[in-house]
Unconditional design. Structure first.
Ligand SMILES: [Zn+2]
Length: 242
């Protein structure tokens, strides 16, 4: 590690020593035992309420737990807003278990499987220091151990800076994210999408507006399927209440 990040890591460990958010054990943000309790990994139908623009009746969402769950909400806050980047490795590794099971049950072994993280705008990466979706996706890919899988953060690009979706009213989120993505301009590169199984990876799914918008763009290259992986999800009940 270069000197500056190492100094920052040392300072963080001094002032914010790693402790499990639930049981307080040291040297971890969340211990294995508490994570097992907090995570309820699920593979469920992608039923976000985006109506007419819904791509496929058969798409699925793979996720670890609800974002209201205290340990997971705390981890996501540390991860996104306090630079605890290694939490992304934990989340990705946990997601690999459910993803491997999903692939075995649903995908043709003859087709490539392309893992695409939701990209951030350059300005957002400067603000946060890293793309939290890409870190989760890469850790997931490394833990997955599936021969026909590829990690391809280069295929989808963020072309527009947008306000944080969480600060936008639910009904306005689709408009806020509209036109924010594009495929890489090199069609030779993006042709790998055609006929492949696509796994789109985001940190949190609430209304599904972001994943839906990215889906519209990826569909231009005619994939065999698109499914979704997020660390946290809202419940259908929550969507109705928002
Ligand atoms: Zn614990």
């Amino acid at each position: 590690m270069p000197a500056a990040p190492r100094l920052l890591a040392t300072l963080l460990d001094t002032f914010f020593p790693r402790r499990c958010a639930l049981c307080g054990v040291f040297d971890t943000w969340a211990c294995d035992s508490c994570l097992r309790t907090a995570c309820t990994p699920r593979i469920e139908p992608w039923n976000r309420p985006f109506g007419a623009s819904r791509i496929s009746q058969s798409s699925k969402l793979i996720s670890l737990g609800l974002y209201h769950e205290p340990l997971l909400a705390h981890l996501m806050d540390l991860y996104k807003f306090h630079n605890a980047r290694d939490i992304g490795d934990t989340l990705g590794t946990l997601l690999a278990l459910g993803t491997r099971q999903f692939i075995q049950q649903h995908y043709s072994t003859a087709k490539p499987i392309i893992l695409i993280p939701i990209p951030l705008h350059r300005k957002r990466i400067r603000e946060r220091g890293f793309n939290q979706n890409a870190r989760i996706a890469h850790a997931l890919f490394m833990a997955l151990g599936v021969a026909q899988a590829q990690y391809r953060p280069d295929l989808l690009q963020r072309t527009r800076y947008t306000t944080h979706q969480t600060t936008v009213a639910t009904k306005d989120r689709a408009a806020n994210i509209a036109g924010a993505f594009a495929l890489h301009p090199d069609t030779d590169r993006t042709s790998v999408i055609t006929g492949s199984h696509i796994l789109l990876i985001d940190d949190i799914a609430t209304t599904g507006a972001t994943l839906n918008e990215a889906t519209q763009v990826i569909m231009q290259q005619h994939p065999a399927s698109i499914d979704y992986i997020t660390a946290l999800r809202s419940s259908a009940q929550t969507d109705l209440q928002e």
